[in-house]
Design a protein around this ligand. Structure first.
Ligand SMILES: Cc1cc2nc3c(=O)[nH]c(=O)nc-3n(C[C@H](O)[C@H](O)[C@H](O)COP(=O)(O)OP(=O)(O)OC[C@H]3O[C@@H](n4cnc5c(N)ncnc54)[C@H](O)[C@@H]3O)c2cc1C
Length: 796
């Protein structure tokens, strides 16, 4: 065994083996994997081996597509068999909402080039004849669905990695990982210590224990899971062709052919976490005792859906644990604040996702960033607020909802409220209907009078429509107020602060008393953030950006930190309110003795009421407005003065639904929609903020780019549903673009969509069609904001 290497991957399940293979594939051969037992000794050996592309997140779906296509390549490279069965699969829909969801998925697949298709009950009867179609209104067929041999596939990854120069050591347990002062690592095993630049935690069932060795918490939990293999079934073995997979969300089951019989697994409601307080080290190649009690209801349902099952005897039962993160997606990437330490765990569908996880991590390690936006599985999508107490109910919720319909406006209830601000009870008494962002409670809207206190999940305009319209009207006609708690906020200080910001941010760093908008780019010129930078003093700056991206942003800042600069995440240490609308200046004037003659993009220190505040003359509503920041300890005093003085002016609290409608009026993009690491500054129009006559990260890539596509805005002739994201855009009948986000502009009564289309088509007046829930709606490309087009009100 080597005692020094570039990377040590801990864990020889399918994920660790894939990471190792991809490192060699991308050119690093001095890499090794250590496994405490034999390869596959965690969840991997007992998996059902099914794979599919369907995933609500487009990038995750693309990585699943990559994984599935990789297996042939692995077989060719190694000459080994992965035991591939590309039999296709159909997901059933038994109600309109579920069918809408499948139609929306199919629409996304059009742009992604995936060959799925919507099928009728008659077609399902031909594809999957053992299915009882009572109540089924349609389905989604995916020819890429299939299954494989979990052990053979893991060994094929391992062989391919060895062929690329990697070393694999089995029966070698890691007992400690310690970081040296120079940032490199000692990986201590029962066969000796290995010195390495990089550690990858692919510990699967033991990933929590492996993470703890480096002093951090991996937010995941094993869940028990069970599938049954039946005796031979004549309707199956007499067919001549292999029966495809059938996913029956109503029955929370997946079914496929196994030999001459069937294999059926369940995501049952009475599910059970396993080894909550830690996975025993002596758990090996073993299964959990059969437990039919918790799947009794699921089996009864399955008998109705697949009547042949009732006659088939049980040949074997597989009941084992596998891990989930709180949202069910993998935990991948560099651990914030730990140089050279990488996560590749929480992968609940190793055979759909393992290849994509390996590729992503290898790109990240070797190139410094992944090729596509991987926020959905970035380990930094959870902050240091996450605890085992939060993870547990969220994982149970996720398991139970594995086959549930996911609505774009849905708020999931488990582990709520988790984090709240001093406004929580006041806003609740004002009717706040809460959503959740990065663990924080955020009002979506305020229910007044007989407005609904629960927003129904829907693909169409929801029952929060009227409340949102009322809040939008209050902002545009008087003054609205909301909290500034869900901004990521950073304080940058020190003699080198300006120089550092000039290097990190692509845009202009403002002079004292002013603020500026700027993109932050990766080395490859991809968008890493859209920031507001305010200069409070010569060596003191204040940044704001997306609240949900704060762990990712901080990780980037710390990776690029220099002497003479102090970077602090003050997201939860600074709060305050935004006031917006034509009466917002009068309101501010009524609350302070300081002058309020601020120009657009000015920033000033003021006393508002009795609170010491930093006031910025800017508003994401696109209206005259102010962001008033204060210490959270002063929050209620600030609220009282604004609320009391605003009463005569018609002050109205507004939530995120209104905010996201108001921003449409002036075509303001939002983070992870129009602006994300999938896009460049030029594609998204953020290049207008770039200051080209300075050096900054990403400059060369941004400079050399000739973007093929452009972000544009459409006025959509919608019915009762608006664009959410990833709907295909048809130009002259061909899918040439997709939507990034959209919604209903309550102020103008228009349905607005943002999307990326080929640059040569990006001309005012272009007529396109946008597919919303299976319906191709006409839309017109517009270039002038639909409110305050010349910015008079914004700058007034
Ligand atoms: C019943 C069941 C059915 C399933 N069916 C499917 C399916 O059809 N399709 C699908 O995609 N997924 C399925 N899964 C999930 C799948 O098994 C997992 O996604 C996958 O196995 C995760 O692989 P992994 O490499 O992350 O973890 P693991 O397989 O748990 O591997 C981790 C490895 O790390 C090693 N290790 C841990 N700590 C150390 C240490 N300190 N030192 C050295 N080595 C260490 C362990 O020994 C182990 O071999 C199923 C799971 C279950 C339980």
């Amino acid at each position: 065994m080597k005692n020094s290497t570039r990377v040590v991957v801990i864990g020889g399940g399918v994920v660790g083996a894939s990471v190792l293979y991809h490192l060699t594939k991308l050119g690093w051969s001095d890499v090794m994997l250590v496994e405490r037992s034999e390869l596959t000794s965690g969840s991997t050996w007992h998996a059902a081996g099914g794979f599919h592309t369907l995933n609500g997140d487009t990038n995750m779906a693309a990585l699943q597509g990559y994984t599935i296509k990789l297996y042939k390549e692995l077989e060719e490279i190694t000459g080994m068999s992965c035991g591939l069965h590309h039999v296709g699969g159909v997901t059933l829909a038994d109600n309109k909402d579920r069918f809408d969801m499948l139609i929306a998925e199919r629409a996304k697949h059009r742009y992604m080039g995936l060959e799925t298709e919507i099928v009728s009950p008659e077609e399902i009867a031909k594809i999957a004849p053992i299915t009882n179609l009572d109540g089924i209104i349609g389905g989604l067929y995916d020819p890429l669905d299939g299954h494989l041999d979990p052990s053979g596939t893991t060994h094929a990854y391992a062989k391919a990695a060895r062929m690329g120069g990697a070393e694999i050591v089995t029966h070698c347990k890691v007992t400690a990982t310690t970081q040296r002062p120079d940032g490199t690592w000692d990986v201590v095993t029962d066969k000796g210590t290995i010195h390495t630049e990089n550690v990858v935690n692919a510990g699967g069932l033991w990933a929590r224990e492996v993470a703890a060795m480096a002093g951090h918490y991996a937010p995941l939990l094993p869940m028990e899971h069970q599938y049954i293999i039946t005796d031979d079934v004549p309707e199956i073995y007499e067919r001549g062709v292999e029966h495809p997979h059938v996913m029956d969300p109503a029955g929370e089951s997946y079914l496929r052919q196994e030999g001459r019989g069937l294999c059926i697994g369940f995501y049952e409601q009475p599910c059970r976490p396993w080894a909550v307080d830690g996975t025993p080290w002596d758990f090996g190649h073993e299964l959990l005792p059969d437990d039919f009690d918790k799947i009794t209801d699921s089996i009864e349902f399955a008998y109705k859906r697949f009547p042949v099952l009732e006659r088939a005897g049980v040949k074997s039962v597989v009941h084992g644990p596998f891990t989930f993160a709180p949202d069910g997606n993998p935990l991948v990437g560099p651990i914030p604040g730990l140089r050279g330490y990488w996560s590749a765990c929480g992968v609940m569908a190793g055979f759909s996702q393992g290849g994509g996880v390996g590729l992503t991590l290898a790109q990240w390690m070797i190139d410094g960033e992944a090729d596509r936006d991987v926020t959905a599985m970035d380990v930094a999508r959870f902050g240091d607020w996450i605890t085992p107490g939060y993870t547990r109910p969220k994982v149970v919720e996720n398991y139970q909802r594995r086959f549930s319909i996911s609505y774009p406006n849905e708020e999931l209830p488990a582990a709520r409220p988790h984090r709240t601000t001093p406004m929580y009870d006041i806003f609740t008494s004002l009717g706040a209907v809460w959503g959740q962002q990065f663990g924080l409670e955020v009002p979506n809207y305020f229910a007044s009078g007989d407005e609904p206190t629960f927003e129904d999940p829907s693909f169409r305009r929801s029952n929060a429509f009227d409340a949102t319209a009322r809040e939008v009207k209050a902002v545009r006609s008087a003054v609205g107020i909301n909290e500034l708690h869900n901004f990521g906020k950073y304080r940058i200080t020190g003699p080198k602060a300006r120089d550092w910001l000039n290097r990190i941010m692509a845009g202009r760093i403002p002079k004292m008393g002013r603020l500026a908008l700027t993109p932050m780019l990766s080395h490859k010129g991809k968008l890493l953030g859209d920031f507001t930078v305010s200069c409070l003093a010569g060596d003191k700056f204040h940044l704001t950006a997306s609240y949900g991206a704060q762990a990712q942003h901080l990780r980037w800042f710390l990776q690029h930190q220099e002497d003479g600069v102090t970077v602090e995440n003050i997201s939860d240490k600074l709060n305050g309110f935004q006031i917006a609308g034509p009466k917002s200046r009068d309101l501010l004037a009524a609350c302070t003795r300081d002058p309020v003659d601020m120009k657009f993009l000015d920033v000033r220190q003021m006393t508002v009421g009795q609170a010491k505040c930093t006031v910025q003359r800017v508003s994401y509503t696109g209206d005259l407005g102010y962001e008033i920041f204060c210490d959270p300890m002063d929050q209620r005093a600030l609220w009282n003065v604004l609320w009391d003085n605003g009463a005569a002016m018609g002050i109205t609290p507004f939530g995120m639904r209104a905010m996201m409608s108001l921003r449409l009026d002036r075509f303001f993009g939002s983070w992870m929609n129009e602006f994300s690491p999938d896009y460049t500054a030029a594609e998204s129009g953020m290049d207008r903020f770039i200051k080209w006559d300075k050096d900054f990260i990403g400059k060369a890539a941004a400079h050399n780019e000739t973007p093929a596509r452009q972000l544009v805005t459409f006025d959509v002739d919608a019915a009762d549903a608006d664009v959410t994201a990833y709907e295909p855009i048809f130009i002259n009948g061909e899918v040439l673009g997709f939507c990034t986000s959209g919604g209903y502009s309550h102020h103008t009564g228009k349905s607005i969509a943002f999307g990326l289309i080929p640059r040569e088509h990006a001309n005012a007046g272009l007529q396109v069609e946008i597919e919303i829930l299976g319906d191709r709606r006409p839309a017109t490309l517009i270039t002038d904001p639909i409110f305050d087009a010349d910015g008079t009100r914004l700058r007034s």
